[in-house]
Design a protein around this ligand. Sequence first.
Ligand SMILES: Nc1ncnc2c1ncn2[C@@H]1O[C@H](COP(=O)(O)OP(=O)(O)OP(=O)(O)O)[C@@H](O)[C@H]1O
Ligand SMILES: [Mg+2]
Length: 265
Amino acid sequence: MSLENLFEAHQVDLYRDQYQVFKDLNLTIKKKESVAILGANGSGKTTLLKAINREIYPASKPNSWLKIYGKVNWDVWQLRSMIGNVSDDLHLAYNPQTIGMEVILSGFYSSIGVHGLMQYKITDHQLKKTQDIMRLLSLMDLMRKPLSKMSMGQQRRCLLGRALVNNPQTLLLDEPTTGLDLASTFKYLKLLSNLKKKGHNIILVTHNLHEISDDIDRVILLNKGKIIADGPKDEIITEENLSRTYEIDVGLSIIQGKYLPYAKT
Ligand SMILES: Nc1ncnc2c1ncn2[C@@H]1O[C@H](COP(=O)(O)OP(=O)(O)OP(=O)(O)O)[C@@H](O)[C@H]1O
Ligand SMILES: [Mg+2]
């Protein structure tokens, strides 16, 4: 297993059903790198995360390969215990009646809920780990509360808890702050920052430039399945690159180290 790279794509084609999103994608993400991926709606951000997580596979063709942690072939269950995932897709898949504790425990099984705790042999280790995570994310009050009765921020924190149970090296976060108010967003970002400090690397898809913090090493800009800029964030987040990415005239202010885009015209 490569100690170097989380993701290595060489001339990779990626499809969503019949639709080709990436053609001849070449991209390497190192294991310890934290990366933000930005791009217009439909540019391929979620597709890329799904390829890392093995929810989708590359088309087979000569001289093309896609390695995750240095390996082409994976037992997806093993892989998913190494990669934590928070996304709208996952969130929507949950039955609203699932209680907080079940959401978090489901991370041990890489499943959507655990369909009644009694069916599963929950080990002492799993219970303790779940409680530790609930404490870490201030979720103790939500242990028995169904998702349907939680605020959006509380639900998202539960999903982050689910992503953390196996102590994964990598967290894939697809617009994790969608629907969160300003305070919840800031708290969530602080949590992510603390996780980064603990050694997790974060692959963050976001539309909010202000969420790109000092913890992010690298920014990748996508437009229609093509990487149009890739590198250290200060070099990549420029008016010119953002304008090419979003195909409108974007202005950019930087206030206290945070990027604030605005429409120029
Ligand atoms: N199941 C599907 N079948 C066909 N095409 C799909 C399917 N899912 C996604 N696509 C297409 O693939 C392209 C990339 O989608 P993807 O979800 O990766 O975009 P995205 O960059 O995450 O966009 P957003 O910012 O809206 O989340 C889009 O053009 C989309 O319409
Ligand atoms: Mg998406």
